[in-house]
Design a protein around this ligand. Structure first.
Ligand code: ADP
Length: 737
C-alpha cells in the first residue's frame, strides 16, 4: 500500500468503498507516467520506471522541460492543445528510437502524459475489417441477451483473452455473468453472481472517466510516482484519467485469488447508467495496446447504443400495452361512476397494467381486493402501520419483510409490493402484490466471506475461494422494472385526477345546495317581514287612533302605555326594514355609478335632522372628499349606518365630535368615519360586523344589523370594511370599495 498520507494506513472492514483508488500514487509497469506543470511544462512528477523504459533515469528528468524528453515539435503540439483547451489528442512519438503512444490529459494543475509502448502495430486493414464485422454483427442481434453473447464472442475473437464475460448489475449493484466465451478447458462461470462489494462504488464511478481499462500483468511490480506530492500544490496526483493508473492492492489480490494474470474491463452503459461490464481475463500477462483498446471502446460504444435502443424499445412496448389498459380502466370508471368498481370489476382490472398476482384498492379507508393478495386485515395494517407513514407517494420493494416484518405472514402473496398513494389522503391507496419466488442464486464464492482484515498486510483482503456457492433466497419477489413504476405512476395520476374531479363536483353540489338554502332563507325572511308588517300596521294604526281620539281621557299610566306601543311599533318597523334590507343585498345587482361622497354624506346628515337631534355634536367633513364608484343606493346605506352609529355612540360624550375623511393607500381611496364616543373593546372589532352582534349594552337602542349590512354591501363591491377603537376613546370605521 502507498505511504501516501491521504491513503488510509488502516482500512476498516466496511470501507472497501472508501479506498481512494484515484490517488493511489502508483502506476502499472508497462508504460511511464510523466506529469509537468501545465503552465511552464517543467516536469514535476514521474514514474520511477523511466530509466527502464526511456533509458533516462527519473532523477535526470525531474525539473527539466518536457521538451527535453519529447522534442520541441511534440512539445509545441502539446502547448497548442493546452492553450486552445482542446480535448487532448493521442500521438505516436519516438524517444531514443523507441516508439511510444503518448496519451495526454489534464489533471488539476498538471499536464499528464502516459507513454505506452506501441506494441504489436495494428494493421489498418485488419482494424477496418474488424469494425465492419462488429457493426454488422451487433446490428443483427435481436434481444439484449443475444447482443451480450455477440459482444462476448467478438471480443474474444479480436483480443484473444482466455475468458470474456458480460457482467450485468442488478438494482443493488450485485452482478451476474449473463454471457461468456471461454477457452474450452476453463470451467464456465455463466450465471454466477458476484456481490456488489466486488466492484465498489468508487471503482464503478471511475468507469465513466476511463471506459476501457487493462491490467497487463496482475503480478506486476507497482511503479511509484516520484515525488509523491505535486510540487505545484502539494497534493497527490489525481490519476482518474490516467491509462496507467495503478491497481488497488485489494483488486490485485482478488484477481490473484482467481488465478487471473491479466484483465481488460470495459464499462457497458445503457441510457446514461452503468448497466454492466465487459470483463476479460487472461491466465498469463497480456498487453493490449492503445489502438486495440480504441477498437474495444468503439465496440462497447456500439454495444451500449444497441442496448439502450433495445431497452428503450422494450420500455416503449410495455408503456403502449399499459396505456391501452389504462384507457379501458378510465372508461370503466366513468361508466360505473365509481373508481372502485371501474378499476376492479370490468373487462380490465388495475392489476392488468403490470405483472402481479393481485392488488388492493383502498378508497376512503374501504378496501377491495383483486386476485391473490394478503387478507383485508393484513392489507389494512400494512397501509396503516407502514405505507401511510411514508412521505413519498410511490413505494416499491421486492423484499417487503426487510422493511415490514409482519409481511412474513403473507410471503406467498406479498413478498414484493408496489404502492401508490392517491391524492394527498392516507386513506386512498393502490397496491400491487408479487409472490415469493424462491431463487437459487449461484454466487462466485460465498459473498458473505467477501473480505477479511489481514493484520500483516494491514488492509482488507478479498475472499480466497470463488467456488460456486448456492444460496436460497426466500421472501423475495421478482424485481419491479422501470416500466412497472411508470405504469403505477401514470395510473395514479389518472385516478387522482378523477378523485379531484369528483371532489370538485361534490363541492359544487354542496355549493348549489347552499345557494338554494340561502335563497330559501331570503324568501323566508322577506315573507316573514312582510307577514309581520301587516299586524304591525294594525297595532300602530290603532295606537294612533287611541292617541288622537282618546289620549285626553286616559290616566297617566294609560298614556305611557299608548306612547310605548307607538315607539315599540316604530322600532319593530325599523327592525323589519333592516332585516329586509340585509336579506336583499345579495340578490340585488350592482348598479354602479360615480358619486360625490360629500353630497351623499351631507344628504344623509340632513335626513337625520342632525341640527335638532344632535345639537351638541360637531361634524367635520373633509373638503373635496374623493368621489366614490359603486351602487349609489347601497353605498348610501353604508354611509348612513356608519354616520348613525357615530352620532349615536358619541352623543353622550362631553364634546361629541365626528370626522368624515379619506386617505389614499395603494391606488385605493379609504374613507373613514371617526367619532369620540364610547368606543369598544378591540377584541370585538371583527365580531361587531356579524348579524345581530351588539356590544354597546342596553343604554343604546339598536338591532345589531347596521354593520352587517354595511359589510355585505362593501364586500359585494369587492371592498373591505374594518374598525379601530379603544373603549372610552372613540372609534374609527374605515372602508374602501
Ligand atoms: P347597532 O348599532 O344597531 O347595535 P350595528 O351593527 O350598527 O348595530 O353595530 C354593532 C355593534 O357595534 C354595536 O352594538 C356597537 O356595540 C358597536 N358599534 C358600532 N358602531 C360603533 C361606534 N361608532 N362606536 C362604538 N361602538 C360601535
Amino acid at each position: 500500500m502507498s505511504q501516501n498520507s491521504q491513503y488510509p494506513e488502516e482500512v476498516d472492514l466496511s470501507s472497501c468503498e472508501k479506498e481512494p483508488i484515484h490517488i493511489i500514487g502508483k502506476t502499472q509497469s508497462h508504460g511511464v507516467l510523466v506529469a509537468s506543470d501545465k503552465e511552464t511544462f517543467r516536469i514535476t512528477q514521474i514514474g520511477k520506471n523511466s530509466g527502464e523504459i526511456f533509458g533516462i533515469s527519473h532523477s535526470d528528468l525531474l525539473g527539466k522541460q518536457l521538451e527535453e524528453l519529447v522534442g520541441s515539435e511534440y512539445g509545441q503540439f502539446l502547448r497548442n492543445l493546452v492553450d486552445e483547451d482542446e480535448l487532448l489528442e493521442v500521438r505516436e512519438i519516438s524517444i531514443h528510437d523507441t516508439s511510444f503512444v503518448a496519451i495526454p490529459h489534464i489533471s488539476g494543475e498538471s499536464l499528464v502524459v502516459d507513454f505506452e509502448p506501441v506494441g504489436k502495430s495494428a494493421n489498418s486493414f485488419n482494424f477496418q475489417a474488424q469494425l465492419t464485422k462488429i457493426l454488422n454483427n451487433l446490428n443483427a442481434s435481436e434481444t439484449s441477451l443475444e447482443l451480450c453473447e455477440d459482444v462476448a464472442r467478438i471480443t474474444k475473437n479480436i483480443f484473444g483473452y482466455d475468458r470474456v464475460m458480460v457482467y450485468r448489475f442488478d438494482e443493488e449493484w450485485n452482478g451476474q455473468v449473463v454471457a461468456e466465451e471461454r477457452e474450452e478447458h476453463l470451467e464456465s462461470w455463466l450465471g454466477l453472481h458476484y456481490p456488489a462489494s466486488d466492484i465498489p462504488k468508487q471503482a464503478r464511478e471511475l468507469f465513466f472517466k476511463n471506459r476501457v481499462r487493462i491490467i497487463s500483468d496482475v503480478n506486476y511490480q507497482p511503479v511509484e510516482i516520484t515525488p509523491q506530492f505535486s510540487p505545484i500544490n502539494g497534493e497527490p496526483l489525481d490519476l482518474s484519467k490516467s491509462k496507467l493508473r495503478g491497481v488497488s492492492p485489494i483488486h490485485i489480490e482478488y484477481l490473484q485469488n482467481m488465478k487471473v494474470g491479466a484483465s481488460l474491463t470495459a464499462a457497458l452503459i445503457s441510457n446514461g447508467k452503468l448497466w454492466g461490464l465487459l470483463a476479460c481475463h487472461h491466465y498469463s500477462a497480456r498487453f493490449i495496446n492503445y489502438y486495440q483498446r480504441q477498437t474495444c471502446e468503439f465496440l462497447i460504444q456500439i454495444f451500449s447504443n444497441e442496448l439502450s435502443l433495445k431497452e428503450s424499445n422494450l420500455f416503449l412496448k410495455q408503456i403502449d400495452k399499459q396505456a391501452a389498459v389504462r384507457e379501458q380502466l378510465l372508461k370503466q370508471v366513468h361508466s360505473a361512476g365509481s373508481i372502485r368498481k371501474g378499476l376492479s370489476e370490468g373487462n380490465a382490472r388495475f392489476t392488468d397494467v403490470m405483472d402481479c398476482c393481485g392488488g388492493a384498492i383502498m378508497l376512503k379507508g374501504k378496501i377491495k381486493l383483486v386476485g391473490k393478495t394478503p387478507d383485508k386485515k393484513q392489507v389494512k395494517s400494512l397501509i396503516k402501520e407502514f405505507l401511510a407513514k411514508k412521505s413519498e407517494s410511490l413505494f416499491f420493494t421486492k423484499n417487503l419483510i426487510q422493511f415490514y416484518p409482519a409481511a412474513k405472514r403473507f410471503q406467498d402473496s406479498g413478498s414484493g409490493i408496489l404502492s401508490v398513494r392517491l391524492g394527498q389522503s392516507d386513506k386512498d391507496f393502490l397496491i400491487w402484490f408479487r409472490p415469493e419466488v424462491v431463487q437459487l442464486v449461484d454466487w462466485g464464492g460465498n459473498p458473505q466471506n467477501k473480505a477479511s482484515y489481514d493484520e500483516e498486510k494491514q488492509r482488507l483482503t478479498p475472499r480466497k475461494s470463488f467456488e460456486k456457492w448456492t444460496q436460497e433466497l426466500t421472501g423475495v419477489s421478482a424485481a419491479w422494472k422501470d416500466y412497472d413504476l411508470s405504469a403505477a405512476r401514470l395510473l395514479r395520476e389518472s385516478v387522482s385526477y378523477v378523485i379531484l374531479e369528483n371532489q370538485k363536483k361534490e363541492i359544487n353540489d354542496l355549493n348549489d345546495q347552499l345557494v338554494e338554502a340561502h335563497n330559501e332563507l331570503e324568501l323566508f325572511s322577506q315573507g316573514l317581514s312582510h307577514d309581520l308588517k301587516a299586524p304591525l300596521r294594525g297595532i300602530d294604526g290603532y295606537a294612533h287612533i287611541l292617541k288622537e281620539d282618546y289620549y285626553s281621557k286616559l290616566e297617566k299610566d294609560g298614556k305611557l302605555a299608548v306612547d310605548t306601543i307607538l315607539s315599540s311599533a316604530e322600532e319593530m318597523r325599523d327592525l323589519i326594514d333592516n332585516i329586509l334590507s340585509f336579506a336583499g343585498v345579495s340578490n340585488q345587482d350592482l348598479n354602479k355609478s360615480v358619486n360625490s361622497s360629500s353630497h351623499m354624506v351631507q344628504d344623509i346628515l340632513v335626513s337625520f335632522n342632525v341640527k335638532n337631534n344632535y345639537p351638541h355634536t360637531s361634524i367635520e367633513i373633509e373638503e373635496n372628499l374623493p368621489k366614490i364608484i359603486g351602487d349609489r343606493r347601497m353605498l348610501g346605506q353604508v354611509w348612513s349606518n356608519l354616520l348613525a352609529n357615530a352620532l349615536k355612540y358619541s352623543e353622550k360624550a362631553e364634546n361629541p365630535k365626528i370626522e368624515v375623511g379619506s386617505a389614499a393607500h395603494h391606488n385605493k381611496t379609504i374613507y373613514f368615519v371617526k367619532d369620540n364616543g364610547i368606543g369598544f373593546d378591540p377584541k370585538f372589532s371583527e365580531d361587531i360586523f356579524d348579524l345581530f352582534s351588539r356590544r354597546s349594552g342596553d343604554d343604546y337602542t339598536g338591532s345589531g344589523i347596521g354593520l352587517a349590512i354595511a359589510k355585505k354591501i362593501v364586500e359585494k363591491h369587492d371592498g373591505e370594511i374594518w374598525a379601530e377603537s379603544k373603549p372610552g376613546e372613540g372609534s374609527t370605521f374605515y372602508f374602501y370599495v
